[in-house]
Design a binder for this molecule. Structure first.
Ligand SMILES: N[C@@H](CCC(=O)N[C@@H](CS)C(=O)NCC(=O)O)C(=O)O
Length: 222
């Protein structure tokens, strides 16, 4: 039995929340990155060649292979690794769990709108102003209210939902910094996350991918 393997493109994107969670929990795993630039030339070690060979039920990136456990869907992977390596990061209280699910839905909305804007190109001004002038700010008011004066979303210690939340906020600070900067507590939250010793060490390590967040083929270079 070898190390579990997380595979994704050589970017942050949908894998970064999982990479952060694994770093925080101190999990020893292989962080496999497919080079976006190699897909055109083809051959071994490309996603195009692996996609149908790995025995994945729903072939996609990111994927997680842990012996005979093979998972895709980034949130399913995130929850699997947290349940396996540090289940205390998922509350057992039903109301708290529902709050996490609500945040997960809010993050999905922000991601859908932001990705659509990113891939539509900088010339689609109208679409961008609706996304970053209306939709995202409204969602961030809610997130800011849920966070309140807590250090992390569920209290003093990080829980599973903090990994995707940080990563979406980080994406927004690269894309439209002002929408996050409008909330002092969200900015302080990001700093608290980055100061967690395991996260700080990971961010200084050669394994850490600073960017890009979206694909290299995306018009928005962030
Ligand atoms: N809902 C999926 C979306 C996965 C997805 O869209 N993956 C993109 C990169 S962000 C990809 O390139 N997948 C490879 C493929 O479609 O073959 C998740 O959250 O994991």
């Amino acid at each position: 039995m070898g190390k579990p393997k997380l595979a994704y493109w050589d970017i942050r994107g949908l894998a970064q929340k999982i990479r952060f969670a694994l770093a925080y929990m101190g999990v020893d795993y292989d962080d496999l990155t497919y080079k976006e630039d190699n897909e055109q030339t083809g051959g071994d070690n490309t996603w195009a060649s692996d996609k149908t060979k790995l025995g994945l039920i729903a072939p996609n990136l990111p994927y997680w292979i842990d012996d005979d456990v093979k998972i895709t869907e980034s949130n399913a992977i995130l929850k699997y690794v947290v349940r396996k390596y540090n289940p205390s990061m998922i509350p057992s209280n039903l109301a708290k769990l529902a709050e996490m699910d609500m945040i997960e839905g809010i993050l999905a909305d922000i991601m859908t709108y932001s990705a659509t804007a990113a891939y539509s190109g900088e010339d689609k001004k109208e679409e961008h102003s609706y996304t970053f002038g209306s939709v995202v700010p409204t969602k961030l008011v809610i997130l800011s209210k849920i966070l309140g004066d807590k250090k992390f979303l569920m209290g003093n210690e990080p829980s599973y939902i903090d990994f995707p939340t940080y990563e979406i906020l980080y994406m927004l600070t690269k894309f439209r910094p002002s929408v996050v900067q409008a909330h002092e507590n969200l900015t302080a939250y990001m700093i608290s996350f980055e100061k967690l010793p395991a996260i700080e060490a990971y961010m200084k390590s050669p394994q850490f991918i600073k960017g890009p967040w979206f694909s290299r083929h995306c018009p928005a270079k962030i």
